[in-house]
Design a protein around this ligand. Structure first.
Ligand SMILES: Nc1nc2c(ncn2[C@@H]2O[C@H](COP(=O)(O)OP(=O)(O)OP(=O)(O)O)[C@@H](O)[C@H]2O)c(=O)[nH]1
Ligand SMILES: [Mg+2]
Length: 259
């Protein structure tokens, strides 16, 4: 298994990390303005844009602790700490590390300031990260009209958990077969019943977070690879893989990645 380093930045990032911890074995770092984990002073967070080169590790000495073959940063964009820490990690580690990001984007009903900060950060993030998944909050409200905002906020941690499980089990080891670069779209799906493989694929295709075309599918569950192959072949994915596990019970899980 590939070793992962997971970094949760800001309130949302730390929250996502707390959930993922129960499911994914990795080295964990929390970066926030609270006393737990790495403490990032708000004042120092606000000056990220003006610090460069050797000064980075002088002003933010904790950057040196974050090292690994594959580093994944989790955050919600739009606030100060999570946004600035994500940019900072990109600037400091992007050239030397396989750096991936999974970012929630703020609701448009939040302040325009948050939107501005989020949009500005995306430019820097896309320059410095190898691959990025944006999971905007807005489409979830349209997608799940019956969920309260509180419940909508709980979708992200679970989706991120599932993506990271597959990252470790199937995605990283197939990095020769998939083009894991740039801005990527995502869908997670589940299926039960007789047609559960197909239902899970359709569910993963039907996501508010896809972009372009769905290129890759990662399928897991308690079935035989041959049965998966029959269905997966019909969809003409550029690449797909299967991981046999009993942990989802009778459910089949599919992670679809688009580009
Ligand atoms: N989907 C989802 N989004 C969240 C959640 N919590 C926060 N966000 C989003 O993430 C953005 C950043 O929020 P935080 O992570 O709390 O902000 P921060 O990085 O701690 O920065 P400060 O506001 O300066 O404390 C918010 O504007 C929300 O849109 C969550 O639980 N789920
Ligand atoms: Mg905060």
């Amino acid at each position: 298994m590939h070793s992962l380093v997971l970094v949760g930045c800001g309130g949302a990032g730390v929250k996502f990390l707390k959930h993922v911890r129960k499911f994914v074995e990795a080295t964990y770092f929390e970066v926030n303005d609270s006393s737990q984990g790495i403490k990032m002073d708000r004042r120092l967070a606000e000056m990220v844009d003006s610090v460069h080169g050797d000064m980075l590790s002088k002003i933010y000495p904790w950057l040196k602790e974050i090292r690994g073959e594959h580093v994944v940063v989790l955050a919600g964009l739009g606030g100060v700490i999570g946004t600035e820490a994500s940019k900072l990690i990109g600037k400091a580690l992007g050239k030397s590390t396989n750096l991936y990001g999974i970012f929630a984007e703020p609701f448009s009903m939040e302040s325009p300031e948050r939107k501005r900060r989020s949009e500005g950060a995306k430019v820097a993030i896309e320059r410095d990260y190898r691959a990025v998944f944006y999971l905007p909050n807005d489409p979830l409200v349209r997608y799940y009209p019956n969920l309260s905002i509180k419940d909508v906020l709980e979708v992200h941690p679970v989706v991120i958990q599932h993506l990271l499980q597959d990252f470790q089990r199937m995605i990283l080891k197939n990095s020769m077969n998939i083009d894991l670069r740039g801005v990527l779209g995502l869908g997670i799906g589940f299926g039960v019943g007789k047609e559960r493989i197909r239902i899970a694929i359709e569910d993963a295709l039907d996501s508010p977070w896809h972009l372009g075309e769905v290129r890759y599918a990662f399928i897991s569950g308690d079935v035989d690879r041959e049965d998966v192959e029959i269905v997966a072949r019909e969809y003409g994915f550029d690449f797909w893989d299967f991981y046999k596990t009993q942990e989802y019970g009778e459910r089949i899980k599919v992670t679809a990645i688009s580009k």
